[in-house]
Write a protein of this length. Structure first.
Length: 73
């Protein structure tokens, strides 16, 4: 399933994939996803499209804000 909302994405990343969203992990992912020249970003766009990429970037930023505010562990 491709997540369509932030809660779906968050559940997919943390529960289904077992990834802990830390500040370092998010910064690393954003450094790749925000770089249109990066091979992984180009592959992502080819598979899922630029609108979904924009969603993913926004969701990583939202997760960062929640972590900073102590809303997520």
């Amino acid at each position: 399933m491709i997540p369509k909302t932030y809660p779906q994405w968050f559940d997919c990343i943390t529960r289904e994939c077992g990834i802990t969203l830390t500040g370092d992990f998010i910064r690393e992912r954003l450094s790749v996803l925000e770089n249109d020249a990066h091979q992984e970003t180009r592959r992502f766009i080819a598979c899922y499209g630029r609108p979904h990429l924009r969603n993913i970037i926004q969701w990583y930023r939202r997760a960062t804000a929640e972590i900073s505010a102590g809303q997520r562990a």
